[in-house]
Design a protein around this ligand. Structure first.
Ligand code: NDP
Length: 325
C-alpha cells in the first residue's frame, strides 16, 4: 500500500445516501480517474456491525483499518416516525455517533465527514438558516430526539479537534431523495412515501389520492446522486471542522403540493390529489443558505428537480420488489 493510499469506510453504506455515493464512486472507477486509482471504498450496513454497540464498532474498524470515514449510519425517518420514537432517535443516534467517532480517533483516522441535517436547526429562527445557527435554540418538537443527537456530532467534532487535533467535520444536507430510499409506509420521508402510496393507489385503481397535511410547507430537496458528489468533494477538498450546508439554492424550495404534483406527473396518475388538513404539517419551512458551498464549489450543477423526481419514480417502479418497503 502506498503512503497516500486512502481506505474510505462509509457507515450507513447500504442506505439512500450510501448507495448514491457507491454509484458515483463506481462511475469514477470505470473512468479510472486519478482519485479512484488511489482509493479503496468500503460500504458497511447494519449487518456488518451494529454501531450502537461499541465492541462491534471497534471490530468493524479493526477489520477495515480506514484512513477516512464518511459517517452516514443513523436511525432515520420521516415526521410521523420521529414523533412516535423521539427517545430511540436520541439514544440510538447518540450511541452510534459516540462509537464511530471514538473508534475513528483510536484508529488514527485522518478525516471523518459526518452527517447532520437542515431539520435539526432551531424551530424559531431567522431565514435563511446558515451553518452558524446549529445550536441557537430548541429544534421543532416533532423531532427533538434526532435533532439533539445530530447537534452533538458538532460538539464531538469540536472536542476531538481541541483535545487531539482531529479533522472530524460535518455536512448539513437538506431533504434527500433518490434510488434506494426507504419506501416503508411507517418510517419513510415525504417523497418516498408519496411515490410508494401513489403507486399503491394506482394499482388499486383509486381516483383520488390523499396527501397528509395541508401541502403548504416549503422544503428544499437534494437528489441523492448530487449529494453523493458533494460528499466526495467535501472528503477530498474541505479542510475545516465547521459544518457546511449541502443544499440546493433557496429559490429551489418547493411546497409539498408541488412535490405531489410532480410525482403525479412522473407516475402518469390521472386522479385527483386531496389534502388531509387534520394531519400534522411539521415545521412550516427550513430554508437553508448554500452560500458557503457556492463560494467554495462554484461550478456545481444540481440535477433539475423534475428530472430527479422522474428518475426516482422510474427507479421505484423498476425496483419495487427489492426496494425497502
Ligand atoms: P437510510 O435510512 O437510507 O440509511 C441508514 C443507514 O444507516 C443504513 O445503511 C443502515 O443500515 C444504517 N444503520 C442504521 N442503524 C444502524 C446501526 N445501528 N448500526 C449500523 N448501521 C446502521 O438513511 P439515509 O441514507 O437517508 O441517511 C444517511 C445520513 O444522512 C443519515 O445520517 C441521515 O441522518 C442524514 N440525512 C438524511 C436526510 C434524508 O432526507 N434522508 C436528510 C438530511 C440528513 P441497514 O440498512 O443495513 O440496516
Amino acid at each position: 500500500m502506498t503512503e497516500n493510499r486512502r481506505v474510505i469506510l462509509v457507515t450507513g453504506g447500504s442506505g439512500l445516501v450510501g448507495q448514491a455515493i457507491k454509484t458515483v464512486v463506481e462511475e469514477e472507477k470505470q473512468q479510472q480517474t486519478a482519485n479512484s486509482l488511489n482509493e479503496t471504498w468500503i460500504f458497511s450496513g447494519s449487518k456488518d456491525g451494529d454501531l450502537r454497540n461499541k465492541s462491534q464498532t471497534d471490530a468493524l474498524f479493526e477489520r477495515h483499518k480506514p484512513t477516512h470515514v464518511i459517517h452516514l449510519a443513523a436511525m432515520v425517518g420521516g415526521l410521523f416516525h420521529n414523533m412516535a420514537h423521539n427517545l430511540s432517535f436520541f439514544r440510538d443516534n447518540m450511541a452510534i455517533n459516540d462509537n464511530v467517532l471514538s473508534a475513528s480517533y483510536n484508529n488514527n483516522v485522518k478525516k471523518v465527514v459526518s452527517c447532520l441535517s437542515t431539520c435539526i436547526f432551531p424551530d424559531k429562527t431567522s431565514y435563511p438558516i446558515d451553518e452558524t445557527m446549529v445550536h441557537n435554540g430548541a429544534p421543532h418538537t416533532s423531532n427533538y430526539g434526532y435533532s439533539y443527537a445530530k447537534r452533538m456530532i458538532d460538539v464531538l467534532n469540536r472536542g476531538y479537534h481541541e483535545m487531539h487535533g482531529c479533522m472530524f467535520t460535518s455536512v448539513i444536507p437538506c431533504n434527500v431523495f433518490g434510488p434506494h430510499d426507504n419506501y416503508n409506509l411507517e418510517s419513510s420521508h415525504v417523497i418516498p412515501a408519496l411515490i410508494r402510496r401513489m403507486d399503491d393507489a394506482m394499482q388499486k385503481g383509486d381516483t383520488t389520492f390523499t396527501v397528509m397535511g395541508s401541502g403548504k410547507p416549503l422544503r428544499q430537496f437534494i437528489y441523492s446522486l448530487d449529494l453523493a458528489k458533494l460528499f466526495i468533494w467535501v472528503l477530498r477538498n474541505y479542510e475545516s471542522i465547521e459544518p457546511i450546508i449541502l443544499s440546493v439554492d433557496e429559490e429551489d424550495e418547493v411546497t409539498i403540493s408541488t412535490v405531489a404534483d410532480m410525482i403525479k406527473k412522473a407516475h402518469n396518475f390521472t386522479g385527483e390529489i386531496v389534502y388531509d388538513t387534520t394531519k400534522a404539517d411539521g415545521q412550516y419551512k427550513k430554508t437553508a443558505s448554500n452560500k458557503k458551498l457556492r463560494s467554495l464549489n462554484k461550478d456545481f450543477k444540481f440535477t433539475p428537480f423534475e428530472v430527479a423526481i422522474h428518475d426516482t419514480v422510474a427507479w421505484f417502479k423498476e425496483n419495487r420488489e427489492h426496494a425497502r418497503t
